[in-house]
Design a protein around this ligand. Structure first.
Ligand code: HEC
Ligand code: HEC
Length: 220
């Protein structure tokens, strides 16, 4: 009947994902303690890849692995789609204690890269606005500094992998610890533009091959 069809569908997915928001904040917007990453509004393919990677051991975090262990691909895809559709506001950046020299080095790596060290500009893949690119490249603004540093640490020690070729692991090998701190300080100091959303994928070829971009999510 048409009246029945007009009833709102109960949002069971939102209900089931309340466990996630205990750590990732209301609607996945991150918490103020500076580590738990925001998951809201990130590209669905990116979120899905991470959930699969935690489940299958390519990315190591005991809590995350436990939560998604044994969940089927289809369920992880639904979870990813749910959080990709949430757009709660971003908190303003935490004031930075980094020097102007450090911030300038971070800005240079982000916007131009370092040709001598063969480090491509971060913006070449993460988007000119650094808000990510659909379907599988995350934004770099709105991430806590500790979280960014820790992801580079994970690439250095092999605790985080993506589908091969793993471009972020390759880039990390070309960066010194000073480069990493500089880029983390710079990115964390950037305000998130209003209505930030991942850019639509452009035909522009990434400066390095990334398996997470070229392989269809879930089919590896
Ligand atoms: C006990 C706390 C906790 C809970 C509950 C939790 N997470 Fe996480 N999650 C984390 C931590 C910590 C990280 C960062 C791990 C790292 O450093 O790699 C993370 C990372 C992630 C990432 C990767 C984010 C990125 O930008 O790469 C996704 C996606 C994610 N969680 C989704 C979920 C979902 C979906 C749920 C609910 C099913 C959930 N999490 C529940 C703690 C938690
Ligand atoms: C060749 C393309 C490319 C370039 C250049 C690049 N990235 Fe990435 N980056 C990616 C892809 C693809 C991912 C997603 C990897 C995955 O699925 O785990 C990623 C993920 C990340 C993440 C994880 C974000 C999160 O939420 O966990 C960080 C941090 C990051 N990149 C920082 C950088 C920085 C800083 C630079 C510049 C020094 C850079 N990237 C340059 C392609 C690139």
């Amino acid at each position: 009947m048409s009246t029945a069809a007009a009833q709102p569908v109960p949002d069971n997915m939102a209900e089931r994902l309340r466990a996630c928001t205990a750590c990732h904040g209301k609607e996945g917007r991150a918490t103020s303690d500076g580590y738990y990453p925001r998951i809201a509004g990130k590209p669905a393919g990116y979120l899905y890849n991470q959930l699969v990677n935690f489940r299958d051991g390519r990315r190591r975090n005991p809590m995350m692995t436990y939560l998604v262990s044994n969940l089927p691909d289809a369920y992880l895809r639904d979870i990813a789609a749910h959080f990709a559709d949430q757009h709660p506001p971003y908190a303003p950046p935490v004031p930075t204690a980094a020097s102007t020299t450090v911030l300038e080095r971070g800005r240079e790596l982000t916007t131009r890269g370092d040709a001598a060290k063969n480090i491509p500009a971060c913006a070449a893949c993460h988007g000119d606005a650094l808000t990510g690119v659909t379907p599988a490249v995350p934004g770099l603004v709105g991430l806590p500094r500790d979280y960014i540093n820790s992801q580079f640490g994970a690439w250095q020690i092999g605790a985080r992998h993506a589908a091969a070729p793993d471009c972020m692991a390759d880039i990390t090998r070309r960066m010194s610890n000073e480069d990493i701190s500089a880029v983390a300080a710079y990115l964390a100091s950037r305000p998130v533009p209003p209505n930030a959303a991942p850019a639509n994928a452009t035909p522009r070829k990434p400066p390095l091959d990334c398996g997470s971009i070229t392989s269809v999510p879930g089919k590896r």
